[in-house]
Design a protein around this ligand. Structure first.
Ligand code: NZQ
Ligand code: ZN
Length: 390
């Protein structure tokens, strides 16, 4: 196992009616900006519930709606202006990954003068922490279980054809309220996205090479098996509380840092997927379902030991040669994605050879030329992976 430093300060409030605790979590005299997306929280009543709870506290409340999926820099800057003009001192994100991520950017941009007037530079640090020493504190009320943004320090912000990571320990939410019932109004396709995003977050921290991270491996396999057990159930029956509760907690724990501590990681699938979203507007999770099986087909030698472990422990595959077991594990994974309505081919999203070339150009532009746990996925290998997914 590698050395690691695990830090996670987010206070999690999980379960039915936890929203009522909101008023104890925000300082009494705070000026709060509630941030939300395109209106789902108005339709399903979550925004009103949040406002009702906050009305019982003595804090002043403002609102900023319209943060779009794959949140745009330009939209977020409008909120930054409000935070500055109104001296907002607490941000409350009510929504899915895009609202939470967007709010993290707002927290960084408005919380210090370091990048005032040149906030686009906040998007230039990749996976290194943004060099600021203060940020506006934020909390979240999660309405879509998928990204894990509610308990991590990462965000992804879009600017033109760029989809860029933003990292800072200052953007760990102070608290996150995870009431599975607040997610019941999600359309099936978004729930399925949440299952796949969570599944692949675990895989990116697992499908590498054995590193004696036994707890991490067993935890990863536990999350994967839980998703296989409840994935279809929670897509088909949105009001099955226990199935949804398991998805919500899996989504959070998949990317709160515990699975990936002390073990090798490979975020290649996400990096290729981000280019697909930026260029073709394919939902984040749907890109991952396309890239994952192709990645394994091309990288079966480098990932052989873990693919066999995955075949055995997640899918109970015990018959056949090593190659047959790996093939069966890849097929089982694809079948699982299909069973919840998620497609696994580029052609399902109308992306052809010329589209692949645009994705490769995007990877090159963003310096993604040495991907994987070994740093050996060149642009040519990324092209081969994408061709395998056609
Ligand atoms: O915008 P509204 O009207 O709220 O509708 C949203 C949106 O259209 C809707 N929705 C959310 N909660 C709902 C609901 N509809 C009905 N009922 C509810 N309870 O769902 C749609 C998608 O929302 P979005 O937030 O975009 O989805 P998701 O949570 O999948 O977030 C995707 C974003 O997160 C980034 C992705 O790249 C993408 O930009 N990621 C963030 C990560 C992180 N911070 O750690 C890691 C991930 O790998 C990912 O890259
Ligand atoms: Zn993801």
């Amino acid at each position: 196992m590698f050395n690691f430093n695990y830090y996670n300060p987010t206070n999690i409030l999980f379960g039915k009616r936890q929203l009522s605790k909101l008023k104890n979590l925000i300082p009494d005299d705070a000026k709060v900006l509630i941030t939300y997306g395109g209106g789902s929280v108005i339709k399903n009543g979550v925004l009103q519930k949040v406002k009702t709870v906050l009305a019982a506290a003595s804090c002043e409340v403002l609102e900023f709606g319209g943060i779009e999926p794959n949140p745009k820099f330009e939209t977020l800057m409008k909120a930054v202006d409000i935070v500055r003009a109104e001296n907002v001192d607490f941000l409350l994100a009510v929504g899915g990954g895009s609202v939470m991520d967007g709010t993290k950017f707002i927290a960084l941009a408005a919380g210090s003068d370091t990048f005032k007037g040149e906030e686009e530079k906040i998007l230039s640090f990749g996976f290194a922490p943004v060099p600021v020493t203060s940020a506006i504190p934020l909390g979240t009320v999660v309405t879509l279980p998928a990204t894990g943004s509610e308990m991590n320090m990462g965000a992804v912000v879009s600017r033109g054809e760029d989809k860029l990571p933003v990292m800072s320990p200052l953007t760990f939410p102070k608290f996150s309220i995870l009431d599975p019932e607040l997610t019941f109004s999600l359309p099936k396709t978004q729930v399925a996205n949440g299952v796949v995003d969570t599944f692949v977050h675990v895989l990116e921290q697992y499908m590498t090479y054995p590193a004696e991270g036994r707890f991490q491996d067993r935890t990863a396999e536990g999350i994967l098996q839980t998703l296989v057990e409840i994935g279809k159930k929670t897509v088909d029956d949105p009001t099955d509380y226990d199935a949804r509760a398991n998805l919500v907690w899996c989504a959070t724990t998949a990317l709160c840092g515990i699975v990936g501590a002390g073990v090798p990681q490979d975020w290649s699938t996400h990096m290729i997927g981000h280019e697909m979203t930026a260029l073709f507007g394919v939902d984040h999770a749907k890109t991952l379902a396309v890239v994952t099986p192709a990645m394994w087909r091309v990288r079966r030698e480098q990932k052989k030991d873990k693919l066999l472990q995955y075949a055995d422990r997640v899918w109970n595959i015990s018959d056949g040669s090593d190659d047959e077991k790996i093939d069966a594990a890849i097929e089982k994974t694809e079948e699982f994605f299909h069973s919840i309505g998620i497609k696994t081919r580029l052609s399902d999203h109308n992306i052809d050879e010329s589209g692949i070339e645009r994705i490769i150009q995007g990877l090159e532009k963003h310096g993604m030329t040495k991907l994987s746990e070994h740093g050996d996925i060149t642009l040519d290998i990324s092209r081969e992976i994408l061709r395998t997914a056609l």
